[in-house]
Design a protein around this ligand. Structure first.
Ligand code: ATP
Length: 236
C-alpha cells in the first residue's frame, strides 16, 4: 500500500530525512518512532502531499504522490499533531464539510458521524462551535474527520495525545477494525507501551535515517520496545 523509496528532504542544506525507504502492506498498522527531531512529521507530511521533497519516490496503492496527488489524497487521510480545524464552525458543520470534500453520501456520513460521535462521547456537543471544544474534544472531531471516509491509508501524527483513556481505547478498537477491512495505518508516537501492543510493524528512525524496520514481534523479541529503542539511541 505505502512505498517510500530513497526519500530525502532537506531544509536548506541540512537533511531532515536522509535516504529513507519503507514499505507497509494493506491491513497492517505500523508505529513510526524516533527521538524529537528524528524526521517523523517531515516524512508523514511528505506522504500526505503537503510537503515537497528533494529526492526519492512515494507511492500509495501504486500511485505517486507527486504525479497523482489528487488520486492519492482521495484514498488517504492525514491527522496532524495539532489539527487546524475551523473553530468558527460547529462540529456537525465541520464534519459535513469534510464529508463533502470526500464526496460521501448523506446517508453514509450521517451513519458514520453518529457512530463515531457516540463512541467518543461527543454526541451532545456536535451542534456546538468548535471554539468551545476542549483540546481532547477537538482531537476527537479531527479523528472522526480522518476516519469517516474509510481511507485506505491513514497517517497520524501522535494521535493519542490529549485523548482520555476511554477515547484511547475506542481509537485502538477503531484502528483494528480498519485494518481488518484492509486499510493501512502509519502513525508516529512516543508512547511505546501502546505501540508495542497495538502495532504489527515498527519503523525506527534516528537523525533522519532508518535504523530498523520490521515486524513488532521480531524487533522487540523477548524484550520491550522501550528497551530496544533505548539501546538503539545509545549506539553511535
Ligand atoms: P517530534 O518527535 O519532536 O515531533 P519529528 O521526528 O516529527 O520530531 P520533524 O518535525 O520531522 O521531527 O523534524 C526533523 C528535523 O527537521 C528537525 O531537525 C527539525 O528541526 C527540522 N525541521 C522541521 N521543520 C522544519 C522547517 N520548517 N524548517 C527548518 N527545519 C525544520
Amino acid at each position: 500500500m505505502l512505498k517510500i523509496k530513497n526519500f530525502t528532504k532537506k531544509y536548506g542544506d541540512t537533511p531532515a530525512v536522509d535516504n529513507l525507504s519503507i514499505e507497509i502492506e494493506n491491513g497492517k498498522i505500523c508505529a513510526f518512532i524516533g527521538h524529537n527531531g528524528a524526521g517523523k512529521t517531515t516524512t508523514l507530511k511528505a506522504i500526505a502531499g503537503i510537503l515537497d521533497f528533494d529526492e526519492g519516490e512515494i507511492t500509495v496503492d501504486g500511485m505517486s504522490i507527486k504525479k497523482n496527488p489528487m488520486d492519492v489524497k482521495r484514498i488517504m487521510a492525514y491527522l496532524p499533531d495539532n489539527p487546524d480545524i475551523y473553530e468558527f464552525m460547529s462540529a456537525t458543520d465541520y464534519l459535513n464539510f469534510i464529508a463533502d470534500v470526500y464526496g460521501m453520501s448523506q446517508e453514509d456520513r450521517k451513519t458514520k458521524i453518529e457512530k463515531y460521535a457516540e463512541l467518543f462521547g461527543i454526541t451532545e456537543s456536535l451542534g456546538n462551535k468548535l471554539s468551545e471544544f476542549s483540546h481532547g474534544m477537538k482531537q476527537k472531531v479531527a479523528i472522526i474527520s480522518a476516519i469517516m471516509h474509510e481511507p485506505k491509508l491513514l497517517l497520524m501524527d501522535e494521535p493519542f495525545v490529549g485523548l482520555d483513556p476511554i477515547a484511547s481505547h475506542q481509537l485502538k478498537d477503531i484502528l483494528h477494525e480498519m485494518c481488518e477491512k484492509g486499510s493501512c495505518i502509519f502513525y508516529s508516537t512516543h508512547v511505546l507501551e501502546v505501540a508495542e501492543k497495538l502495532c504489527d510493524e515498527v519503523v525506527i528512525v534516528k537523525g533522519g535515517k532508518l535504523v530498523k524496520q520490521g515486524k513488532m514481534s521480531d524487533i522487540k523479541g523477548d524484550s520491550s520496545l522501550e528497551n530496544v529503542f533505548l539501546e538503539l539511541e545509545d549506539k553511535e
